[in-house]
Design a protein around this ligand. Structure first.
Ligand SMILES: NC(=O)c1ccc[n+]([C@@H]2O[C@H](COP(=O)([O-])OP(=O)(O)OC[C@H]3O[C@@H](n4cnc5c(N)ncnc54)[C@H](O)[C@@H]3O)[C@@H](O)[C@H]2O)c1
Length: 282
């Protein structure tokens, strides 16, 4: 079975890797060639780590032989399943989903990794929308077992069960959600991150103590600001924007401190700084 992943950033790279390490042939697509190189590098390092711990069969070199890194989306024409993981913007996703539909056969399953955009809305850009659904992986994809599955009014239930079986085969443990903005996870998580940013912005406390409160007091493995840096501050802002627009509820409104960090290019771990500074490995 051939799988194509469109968008090779934080999530797309992880999704492609997990399929490849489980024996699938993978097309790993991004419109930036520099991003494809970065994606290959990240996959190589992650696979080496997993291999050295005995968690994947095969060396990174062997596994990467099944991955075709390409900036040419028309190459994916024979894919049986496509996972879209581009920017969390309706205009980007709608364009990419139309291009995917025009390229693959009418039966190929198409999933979107959107964190917050309506699956019903996105389904309008897919030819034969009965084969389309939300397949929301979590970061880092090779480690996190959860996947949220979200159907549109038009999704064929047999496609949902096909995808569930495929995910279980990848070692994932899926949950299902109705098509409400933010589904289960981000509807609950984003107001927490937003409130933590407001506590930081109002100088109620500093980033370290805000995060420590959640690690030591609530037994969270990461505090909300660390988690926001990990997700990507631009991604958090985009998700809050969608939730705020859809629910019209101020508890989802992106805080000014978040906007300012994003505007200054501080996007969290991936850019080297956010609420914290990180060493960016070249
Ligand atoms: N970061 C997270 O923790 C997380 C978790 C779950 C879901 N998501 C969702 O996954 C999706 C991707 O998020 P990410 O964090 O990987 O973002 P990212 O910015 O790291 O990666 C997005 C990639 O898409 C590529 N891209 C954009 N437009 C494209 C196009 N037209 N054709 C080909 N490639 C294109 C970009 O070059 C970039 O490499 C979003 O919908 C996001 O909401 C993110």
């Amino acid at each position: 079975m051939k799988v194509a992943v469109i968008g090779s950033g934080t999530m797309g790279t992880g999704i492609g890797q997990v399929f490849a390490q489980n024996g699938y042939e993978v097309y790993q697509v991004d419109f930036y060639t520099a991003q494809l190189e970065k994606s290959k590098d990240i996959m190589t390092k992650s696979l080496s780590k997993l291999h050295s711990k005995g968690l994947v069969d095969g060396s990174p070199e062997q596994i990467l032989k099944s991955v075709t890194f390409t900036d040419n989306i028309s190459q994916i024409h024979d894919a049986d399943m496509v996972m879209e993981a581009v920017f969390e913007k309706l205009e980007t996703k709608s364009d990419v989903l139309s291009r995917i539909s025009d390229t693959v056969n009418d039966k190929a399953i198409i999933g979107s990794n959107t964190s917050s955009i309506s699956i019903n809305k996105l389904s309008k850009f897919v030819k034969n929308p009965e084969r389309f659904l939300g397949v929301h992986f979590f970061n880092p994809v090779p480690i996190m077992k959860l996947v949220e599955l979200v159907t549109s009014e038009k999704t064929d239930p047999s496609k949902l069960s096909d995808v569930k079986k495929i995910l279980i085969g990848l070692g994932k443990d899926p949950v299902t959600s109705q098509d409400y903005p933010g589904f289960i996870s981000n509807r609950i998580l984003m107001p927490l991150i937003r409130e933590a940013i407001l506590v930081f912005e109002e100088h109620v406390s500093n980033a370290e103590d805000i995060d420590k409160t959640f690690r030591l007091g609530m037994n969270h493995p990461m505090g909300p600001l660390e988690l926001a840096d990990f997700i990507g501050l631009d991604v958090c802002q985009d998700i809050m924007e969608v939730l705020y627009t859809e629910y019209g509820d101020p508890r989802y409104k992106p805080p000014i401190a978040l906007r300012n960090l994003v505007l200054s290019g501080k996007l969290g771990r991936k850019s080297g700084s956010g609420f914290y500074d990180y060493e960016v490995k070249k």
